[in-house]
Design a protein around this ligand. Sequence first.
Ligand SMILES: C[S@@+](CC[C@H](N)C(=O)[O-])C[C@H]1O[C@@H](n2cnc3c(N)ncnc32)[C@H](O)[C@@H]1O
Length: 292
Amino acid sequence: MLGNIPSKKPKTIFYKPSYSSGNGTLQIEKLFNKRVFSNPKPLQLLWDFIEIGLSRNDTILDFFAGSGTIADAVMQLNAKDDGDRKYILVQLPEKIDKKKNKTAYDFVKDELKANNPTIFDITKERLIRAGNKIQADNKASKIPKDLSKQDFGFKVFETMPIWEDYDFEADEFDKQQTLFNEITLTENDIKALLTTWKTYDGIALTCDLEAIDLGGYCGYYASQKLYLMDQGFKTENLVKLLEKIDKDTNFNPTSVVAFGYHFESKNLRENSENLKSYANKKQMDIDFIIRY
Ligand SMILES: C[S@@+](CC[C@H](N)C(=O)[O-])C[C@H]1O[C@@H](n2cnc3c(N)ncnc32)[C@H](O)[C@@H]1O
């Protein structure tokens, strides 16, 4: 001891030589034939974490995906023990600094053909290469396993900003909100809003909304929720909607959610009353929800 300051650092007791970050670097180099990411975690460390903390059908969430080692580790373990572990990775579209990491920058630009190379490009490519490698190695092994039930695919979701001062809690038209002039809303704004509402309503991101034609007006439907986002919903569209509810066995909206800014308040009242009072053949209670 030097005064009150300890002079010796404790060594971790959770250690194996295979946990060295050099191992992680070698593993990435093997997949990409070059060093495209600095200090990725070694697979061995993550296998041990996963086996300590997860059962074989759990989902692991990594908010700082980097090169995506956790997904590689999950796929490899699943292939080894027929597990059904799932992963969710989050990665910022952090730009790759051309000066600091020229190898990675050039690789993403030249081989992956990305205009603005980001770390996410590496994450995504790692998942593709890792999945392919596991299958190729298995095929080339002496006793290949049946991996046909293993899922080596993945879906990519991207967050999109909703317009800056959007008020999710608003429950009526706010004249002060000049931004909500339909002219200022782009198709992407509406798409972002629809995804936000869908998630809020408990519909999985993996569940696509179905476009429903209501006599020339397009509604969006999933999990018994129908979203009316666009302008121009008229009485004839409401009639089509009621007909579809009666006739289509696969169409059972218990909530109809309307984007209030795209309706006149008189129409909103009428639609709400008509939907609620109409004695549909399925005897379903249908809620009419207005969101702004
Ligand atoms: C040290 S790396 C992770 C390495 C990873 N475990 C591997 O083996 O490749 C951390 C990553 O987190 C990302 N990151 C940093 N801040 C973040 C944030 N707020 N949200 C999401 N990702 C973030 C960085 O872009 C970087 O890729």
